[in-house]
Design a protein around this ligand. Structure first.
Ligand code: PMP
Length: 401
């Protein structure tokens, strides 16, 4: 008998497991709207032209594959913090941000969780209900206690702002509050700028530490600056907070695992100390982060021509998703004879739409219509083409009623 007899079978991942099931389906009609990965109108994966250009430059220069320092590539760390806050921002000018390269968004969140576990023992992280499924896994594995704050209101398929504020207020003083910087996953519902101000008020009142997860900068609105406005609002107030970043979506670097963790501190001295501890946490986990994606980002951001091209391609990607969202709304409205108001589909932003379908309705989408999606009713519009919108609308209406 095996020494590993006590190890039971783990359940499939609720998001990545959907892709496995999709692969096994032989229907021509099948659609994978599970994982949040951008596809072209032909539903093919997309490598940005600007990424190919940067890689070509790197090859021509004959760059080596030496280890990076524990904190990652210096040019990347500088570029990523400046993209987030703006190069002229006080927090940058005053060197108050501790930035280290992480293993994409997930690894950066995990590192921050390790910092919380070590230096804020017993502190709780508040996460939105619902949230990206991996958040709970990350804090569980880091042994950081978490609880949920109200976010989604199923009656309006909108934001439960009063519930959100009440729950953040009720949390013990000095809690961490995880916020999606833009394009909330899975709902696609973001606070307005006025609401962000009220959220910041409550955070300051309660001495909470905001913890932003920014996985979609530039991908939601098409503008890097606009999508960073929530984070910059908190920076302007002189608050201390954390921000995890990912280049999976906005540069299409999914498998390169490139991102960063930023800790905004009240002094440069505190930032230096925090950075030294982030490095100390990273060393026994993975020693140093991958070099390839870091160089791609640094080369693109550091070259005005490539940087402009990136912005244009990002607008194109964001634009395609917006066009698909509009077409899906139009198809739903035209086909649904009950007069149901589908405008919430249009009000949502980013890669996802929260359809309002429950688990058994989502099962019908998959079993009858070969539409693969997560069981919370989330669909990735980035995996949808204009040509498939009518089919999807038929599937949604059939499943709803
Ligand atoms: N946070 C959120 C909210 C996300 O949606 C994602 C990507 N699905 C991530 C973080 C991190 O993804 P990655 O590790 O690929 O950067």
């Amino acid at each position: 008998v095996s020494q590993f007899e006590n190890i039971t079978m783990a359940p499939p991942d609720p998001i990545l497991g959907v892709s496995e099931a999709f692969k096994a389906d032989t229907s021509d009609m099948k659609l994978n709207l599970g994982v949040g990965a951008y596809r072209t109108e032909d539903l093919q994966p997309y490598v940005l032209d600007v990424v190919k250009k940067a890689e070509k430059l790197m090859l021509e220069r004959g760059e080596n594959k030496e280890y990076l320092p524990i904190e990652g590539l210096a040019a990347f760390n500088k570029a990523t913090a400046e993209l987030l806050f703006g190069a002229e921002n006080e927090v940058i000018q005053q060197e108050r941000v501790a930035t280290i390269q992480g293993l994409s968004g997930t690894g950066s969140l995990r590192l921050a969780a390790a910092l919380i576990e070590r230096y804020f023992p017993g502190a709780k992280v508040l996460i939105s209900s619902p949230t990206w499924g991996n958040h709970k896994n990350i804090f569980n594995d880091a042994k950081v206690p978490w609880s949920e704050y109200r976010y989604y209101d199923p009656r309006t398929v909108g934001l439960d702002f009063d519930g959100m504020i009440a729950d953040i207020k009720a949390a013990p003083e000095g809690s961490f509050v995880l916020l999606h910087g833009c394009a909330h996953n899975p709902t696609g519902i973001d606070p307005t700028l006025e609401q962000w101000k009220k959220i910041a008020d409550v955070m300051q009142e309660k001495n909470h530490i905001p913890f932003f997860d920014v996985a979609y900068q530039g991908f939601a609105s098409g503008s890097l600056d606009e999508d960073a406005s929530s984070v910059r609002l908190f920076a302007e107030r002189g608050m201390e907070f954390l921000v995890a970043q990912s280049y999976s979506k906005n540069l299409g670097l999914y498998g390169e695992r490139i991102g960063a963790i930023n800790v905004v501190c009240s002094s440069a001295d505190a930032a230096t100390r925090v950075k030294s501890q982030l490095k100390r946490l990273a060393r026994p986990m993975y020693s140093n982060p991958p070099i390839h994606g870091a160089k791609i980002v640094a080369n693109i951001v550091g070259n005005p021509e490539l940087f402009n091209e990136w912005k244009q391609e990002m607008e194109l990607m964001a634009g395609r998703i917006k066009a698909v969202r509009q077409k899906l709304y139009d198809s739903l409205t035209a086909k649904d004879k009950t007069g149901k108001d589908w405008s919430y589909v249009l009000a949502q932003i980013g890669m996802f739409s929260f359809t309002g379908l429950n688990k058994s309705q989502s099962d019908n989408m998959t079993n009858k219509w070969h539409v693969y999606m997560t069981k919370d009713g989330r669909i990735s519009l980035a995996g949808l083409s204009l040509a498939k919108c009518e089919y999807l609308a038929d599937a949604i209406i059939d499943s709803f009623y």
